[in-house]
Design a binder for this molecule. Sequence first.
Ligand code: IPM
Ligand code: MN
Length: 360
Amino acid sequence: MKKIAFFPGDGIGPEISAAARQVLETVAELAQMPLQIEEGLVGGAAVDAHGDPLPEPSLALAMAADAVLLGAVGGPKWDALPPAQRPEQGLLRLRKGLDLYANLRPAQIFPQLLAASPLRPELVQDVDILVVRELTGDIYFGQPRGIEVVEGKRRGYNTMVYDEDEIRRIAHVAFRAAQGRRRRLCSVDKANVLETTRLWREVVNEVARDYPDVTLEHMYVDNAAMQLIRNPAQFDVLLTGNMFGDILSDEASQLTGSIGMLASASLGEGRGMYEPIHGSAPDIAGQDKANPLATILSVAMLLRHSLDQEAWAVRIEKAVHAVLDQGLRTADIATGDSKIVGTRAMGEAVVAALRAGGQA
Ligand code: IPM
Ligand code: MN
C-alpha cells in the first residue's frame, strides 16, 4: 500500500488539488493500485488552524508518505505576518525537511496551445526544456540573514552560499537527466561577479568528466534570461541554483502559454514532492476558474518518479492532450474561439479521457 500525503494549501490550491486527487484516485482504481491518501495542513491554512505554516503532524505525515502532492500556498491574508509564520515557510521547510534538493520543472510546448504563447509560434514550437533547479540551498537558506538597524539606518541582508557537495549532487541529477534526453546541459551562473557561482562552475566542470556523452555549456544568468526569449529551442536541460531557477522557470513557463500548465517534481534520496510551479492565485480563488492541469501533470510526475508507474504517467499526459484536442480551455489558456471551462469541468474531462484511454 503506497501512502500519499496530500496538502491542498491556500487560494486555488484546494480546487486544483481536488481535481488532481480525482485523477490519482482514478488511476489507482483503473490500475488496481492500493493507495492511501491522507490530507494535511500546510501554508496559510495551517497558520489559521495552528499558528504555524508547517505544524509537526504535517511534517510527520510527509515523512511517513511515499510521495507528497501539494496544491499551492500563500495569500494576502498572511502577508503581514513575521517571516517565520508566512505560508511560504511551510513549503520551504517541507523541501528542506525532506531534503528535496532536486527540483525538476519541465517546460514543454503543447502544440494545441501554441497560440497562447506570447512568443511567435515558430520560436516556441520546438521548445522542450527541463529546468533542474537546486532547491535546498543558496540565498533561500543561507545564514546570516535579516533586517537590522545599523547606525540608525535599516539594513537587509541575505547570504548566497553553496558548498561543493550541494553543487555536485544537483549537477549529477542534471547530467543524468540530460543523458535521458538530447544530451545537452546548460549550467547557469553569474561567475563573472559572484564567487558562489564561480565555485558552481568549477564543480559542474569536475562532474562533467563523468559524463563525456553530454555536451556542457555555461551561461551567465542574464544572458540565459535573454536567450530563453530570443531562441528558447536551443535549450535541453538547464541547471540552476535555487534563486536563478525560481526566476528562470517562471520565465520558461510563459513560453508554453501559461504557468498553469507547468508541473514539478522535487526529489531527494527518498520520497518526492509534486506541485504545480504556479502560486495560489488568491484573485481567482474559490471561483472554479483555475487551471488544474499543472497539478494533474504533477500527479503524472508522482507516478513516474515515486511510484515507478511510467505507463500510467504517460496515460495522464495523453489524457491532458486529449482534453486540449477536444478544445477545452480554462481561462488562462483560452484564445479566440476556445470553449472555456472551469476547474471542475476540466478535471472531470481529464478523468473521462483517462477512463476512455484503455489499459496502460
Ligand atoms: C516556487 C515558489 C516558491 C519559491 C515560493 C512560494 C516560496 O515561487 O516554487 O517557485 O520561491 O521557491
Ligand atoms: Mn517561483
